[in-house]
Design a protein around this ligand. Structure first.
Ligand SMILES: [Zn+2]
Length: 163
């Protein structure tokens, strides 16, 4: 068994409970009563172009993504994440600009963080989609039954003989 690490401070507390947030620079955590809003940016300064792999740190612009995360203490947790759009300097590359990847935080274009997506996948498999959507609403996560059905369809088929 691993020995527990004793951490101090609000940032460490947050990253212990939500390890995927360790990939982000959390700027503020605001209690809005019915929900909690985290404002964050990415930590890495360079990212590889998805077209040619060239590393770039040249910022073309920034945009805001709103991600829904695992509920915190029974309340919805939203992450307002500022994402950088970088420029690829390789003149022979077809990609001009690209959004920096978010690692384990979220897939491209996803509205849910990866840990929430995993929870939704398990829930969609365990329950019918309509019941799953109703249960998640009670737990503070807004998700449609169509989304749950899409998540099930996107899962790889279980291998033969797998329990
Ligand atoms: Zn490129």
């Amino acid at each position: 068994m691993q020995h527990p690490r004793h951490l101090a401070g609000d940032a460490c507390f947050l990253k212990t409970l939500f390890p995927h947030l360790a990939e982000l620079d959390v700027q503020t955590v605001a209690d809005h009563g019915t929900y909690v809003l985290i404002k964050a940016t990415t930590k890495r300064s360079v990212a590889a172009c998805p077209g040619c792999g060239t590393l770039s740190s040249r910022i073309h612009g920034r945009y805001r993504r709103l991600l829904q995360d695992l509920p915190a203490g029974g309340r919805p947790l939203l992450i307002a994440l500022t994402v950088r759009r970088l420029r690829c300097d390789n003149s022979s590359c077809r990609v001009r600009t690209f959004a920096e990847p978010l690692g384990g935080v979220a897939r491209p274009h996803a509205r849910a963080t990866s840990p929430l997506r995993r929870m939704l996948e398990l829930l969609a498999l365990a329950l019918a989609a309509r019941a799953g959507a109703r249960l998640m609403a009670m737990l503070g996560v807004t998700v449609s039954r169509d989304t749950l059905i899409r998540l099930i369809r996107a899962l790889p088929d279980p291998e033969f003989g797998q329990v």
